[in-house]
Design a protein around this ligand. Sequence first.
Ligand SMILES: Cc1cc2nc3c(=O)[nH]c(=O)nc-3n(C[C@H](O)[C@H](O)[C@H](O)COP(=O)(O)OP(=O)(O)OC[C@H]3O[C@@H](n4cnc5c(N)ncnc54)[C@H](O)[C@@H]3O)c2cc1C
Length: 395
Amino acid sequence: MEQFDVTIIGAGIHGVGVAQAAAARGYKTLVVEQKELAFGTSRRSSKLIHGGLRYLESLQFGLVKECLTERKILLKIAPELVTLKPFYLPIYQQSLRRPYQITVGLSLYALLGGLSKQTQFNRIPNSRWTDSLDGLRTDGLKAVFQYWDGQTNDAALTRAVMASAENLGAELRMPYELKSASKTNDGYRIVLSQENKEFELDTKVLINAAGPWAGKILSRISPSQPQPDYQLVQGTHIIVSGHLSQGLYYVEAPQDKRAVFVMPWQGNTLVGTTETQISELPDECVPLQSEIHYLSEVLRHYFPRYGDVPKILDAFAGLRVLPGKDGATERAFNKPRETRLLVDNLQSPRMLSIFGGKLTAYRATAQKVMNKIQSSLPRTKQYADTSKLPLQPVD
Ligand SMILES: Cc1cc2nc3c(=O)[nH]c(=O)nc-3n(C[C@H](O)[C@H](O)[C@H](O)COP(=O)(O)OP(=O)(O)OC[C@H]3O[C@@H](n4cnc5c(N)ncnc54)[C@H](O)[C@@H]3O)c2cc1C
């Protein structure tokens, strides 16, 4: 029987992040992925490595500070994958927030980011509004703020972290699906399947990093584990023909005042996102026509040059895992984005499930996971520090 120290289900950003952290601490580590690297949410995000300016309004200061710290680290260790970009935040007569509120928010954002150069912000003078903002609507415009945040290719970042984990000795089995796992005296015996063949192996600790499938994984474990309250909320993006040369735009949807990003993406324009409650985990996450229409309306409103019917090249949807009861009506927009780490046993955890979280904070989350499971693992020598290991694109 093969034996691993740490076995991780799911090769999204969290799974590969934990694999890298576990291998860096010298553990025999396995990642099991049913389809391909970044098959789930980790290729369908807004692709931002950011503190999350809007989370300041819901007082999620800890999350913002952590994400800004991680942004700084990623800009240093992965300069080919994460780049600092100018973000423009326009305020109109009818906007929900006043310019002074944005000044306060950006000042706090800078403070939480350690007042580094990367956290500087300014107001764009009126004289530059028409010629240097990619054709942004100017009627009713009162102020435009410019600050800095990061942009990445989420799937490429996931592949790079997995490559780093493999360099440290972690193993990837793909495509293999976790079918079941049962508790043993010192860990879990797990059953994997590939093309109708089944394989068994033992692990001291099992990590459930299956993103939106995390609840489904829990239902395959024996003895049975309680399901936490969570909601699946779909977020759609559209890719539209047309280039933005100045940076990314953080606008307020005229329909419902939600924040929407309009971003340059591989020579075209990426617009997102939406929040659609999903009652059941779908086989495939498909953008709804109503979501595509909503995002096209936002783009059309702020950037009339895209025309009355923007040319949509593609659309994709991902699932957020947010706290709360399924079917609860509270707006997903206002829900906490903190990552929840749930264990089967507080004293000596043998299984840990990751619910929710941010792409940006994957490395910090992986450190927290390792700290939580450390008591169930043998002592080892730390080989590497993931905050210093360079990440390179692998394709
Ligand atoms: C619309 C949207 C926009 C977002 N934008 C941002 C952003 O701009 N910045 C940011 O920081 N965060 C963002 N996030 C959050 C971030 O994208 C997610 O938190 C992160 O990608 C989740 O990664 P994960 O590894 O937990 O899950 P996933 O990426 O979904 O990975 C789970 C993996 O588990 C595998 N799996 C499932 N079941 C099994 C099984 N039985 N056996 C084997 N493998 C299995 C799946 O195939 C999948 O590859 C966004 C999220 C959404 C939904």
